[in-house]
Design a protein around this ligand. Structure first.
Ligand code: GLU
Length: 531
């Protein structure tokens, strides 16, 4: 009853538990709570609770990943909960982006706003009734109270504290209001918030990473707001209520929340709820120890994906700089991350991320994808689209778009390229476009140039189907050189490279020939010989 004005306000905003956009597998019961028979089996349940105040970046992906790994390691569930109670900071599209990125990264949640689940809704703005109900419980137990202090008064308190060189904190004045005073102010429609009464005696807790924590919140801060003037809960209340309602067994989150945990535990105690276990994850920093910058969106996952980096390379690099594993080594797959992860191995040192190594991580994972027949087919499709996009009109020879050609290119360049995108860079343009090499250019290199080209054409015409290895081809080319005493081997290679690619640098001639395939090699050398 006391909270009826807040309830009215949140209803006016059209927000209610179980309202719009919920896609639960089984309909929720009252206020979005799972009915007892639908309650999930007890077991490991972890959650990633991002605020949709921006698109997902590397730090967020890492927190999500550790949660995912922990859930899978223990046969549990990984839940995505969108913490959107700070309505002033919402970024349109961010919630969708976060879920899209988790799916792209191959670490999809088991329960989420999109997937639904038994403990939905999974978006806090749709659970407001739950928070108000929980707040009623706290008020009834004298663990929370109305606060009518004006922003002006709070500002003065803050200024005074700063003047005295003290940390600003609320002085808990409204703790002492009588029921009558409260009723009167409510009747007058005075703006208000609800605060949680921080008790003095906080018990120490044992963080799975940071060990025993003895922080006594009441000694460092005033009673915190749990319901804001707009009727929305603050992070602290919503977090505790949801972790309890969603049966979260372990909270794995950034270390910046470590100091809030003692406060959360006081709330659990006031509700009479069993708290989850906590593991706070050390910070992710640049390799020089500076803060990861989100400037220019360079750390947003979308950016990495747009630039051709594979999800598994990102997952690998962000777990290779930190802890949770016996050792670090590039190239771990998600399955290996799950099987090798050990929460007790997470240390309190910050994780130092060296993004300069990302191309190398990507090279390893791209190589692995190329070697898998199923992935290779997908890469062929992607490569075809890239080639068409980059070279479009210039693609006179459409043989280069054939699956066999694209697949051969992938198989021959694997291990040499760090991203699929490399294959459409100028250095590899010869793969898609036949060069126009003036005959004089060939002849300038060697008077025997034309002849060399013809002989190599014969060599390839006679080459057995199924191809050759680089070593075999190299020894054939070496042997051929004996027929052209007037041309040094290095010049012969230069000449062939020019005829094949129009370029002076690039992969070895043998590798170039193998990527192009016999048909294309003959075509190009014949053109060079007769031009
Ligand atoms: N919404 C909080 C954040 O974005 C989540 C903190 C938590 O996991 O408890 O960091």
């Amino acid at each position: 009853m006391l909270l009826s004005s807040l309830r009215r306000r949140t209803r006016q905003l059209g927000v209610q538990a179980g309202a719009v956009g919920q896609k639960a597998v089984l309909g929720p019961g009252l206020f979005g709570l799972a009915r007892p028979s639908e309650r999930p089996e007890s077991g490991v349940r972890v959650r990633f609770g991002p605020s949709p105040t921006g698109f997902l970046h590397l730090g967020g992906l890492r927190t999500a990943l550790y949660n995912y790994i922990f859930a899978k390691k223990h046969g549990g569930s990984f839940i995505l909960r969108i913490e959107d109670t700070d309505q002033s900071r919402l970024v349109p599209g961010a919630a969708e982006n976060i879920e899209d990125v988790l799916e792209w990264a191959g670490i999809p949640p088991d329960e989420s706003p999109r997937r639904g689940g038994l403990c939905g809704p999974y978006q806090q703005s749709e659970r407001l009734d739950l928070y108000l109900k929980a707040t009623e419980t706290l008020i009834t137990r004298n663990a929370a109270y109305y606060c009518f202090c004006s922003p002006h008064r709070l500002e003065l308190l803050k200024k005074e504290a700063l003047r005295m060189r003290q940390t600003p904190r609320y002085d808990n004045r409204c703790r002492h209001l009588t029921s009558k005073q409260i009723e009167e102010r409510l009747a007058q429609g005075c703006p208000h918030v609800i605060r949680f009464r921080l008790e003095e005696g906080a018990e120490p807790f044992d963080d799975l990473v940071y060990g025993v924590n003895r922080l006594v919140p009441a000694s460092v801060e005033g009673d915190p707001v749990i319901i804001k003037a707009d009727g929305f809960p603050t992070y602290h209340l919503a977090n505790v209520v949801d972790d309890h309602r969603m049966k979260i067994s372990h909270v794995l989150r950034g270390t910046e929340w470590l100091t809030s945990t003692a406060k959360h535990l006081l709330m659990y105690r006031a509700f009479g709820w069993e708290p989850p276990a906590f593991a706070h994850l050390p910070l992710l920093l640049n390799k020089d120890g500076s803060k990861l910058s989100k400037r220019q969106g360079d750390l947003f996952i979308e950016n990495f994906s747009r630039n051709g980096f594979l999800p598994e390379a990102l997952l690998d690099i962000i777990t290779n700089c930190g802890s949770g594993f016996s050792g670090n080594r590039p190239g771990r797959t998600l399955e290996e991350l799950v099987s090798e992860f050990d929460v007790t191995k997470i240390t309190t040192h910050s994780a130092l991320l060296d993004l300069e190594k990302l191309p190398e991580f990507n090279r390893i994972h791209l190589l692995r994808r190329i070697e898998s027949a199923a992935w290779r087919q997908q890469l062929v499709t992607e490569l075809r689209a890239l080639v068409e996009k980059v070279y479009g009109e210039k693609l006179k020879d459409c043989d280069v778009l054939h699956t066999d050609y694209l697949e051969r290119v992938l198989l021959h360049r694997k291990g040499h390229i760090t991203r699929l995108l490399d294959l459409v860079s100028p250095a590899y343009s010869y793969l898609w476009i036949r060069p126009l090499v003036p005959r004089e250019q060939i002849e300038n290199l060697s008077a025997e140039g034309e002849k060399i080209c013809s002989v190599v054409v014969h060599l390839f015409q006679a080459w057995p189907n199924g191809g050759a290895t680089t070593a075999e081809l190299n020894s054939e080319l070496r042997a051929l050189q004996a027929q052209f005493p007037g041309t040094k081997y290095s010049v012969m290679m230069k000449l062939l490279r020019l005829a094949l690619s129009g370029q002076q640098q690039g992969p070895s001639v043998a590798e170039m020939m193998l990527s192009l395939g016999p048909k294309e090699v003959c075509e190009r050398l014949q053109r060079a010989a007769i031009h």
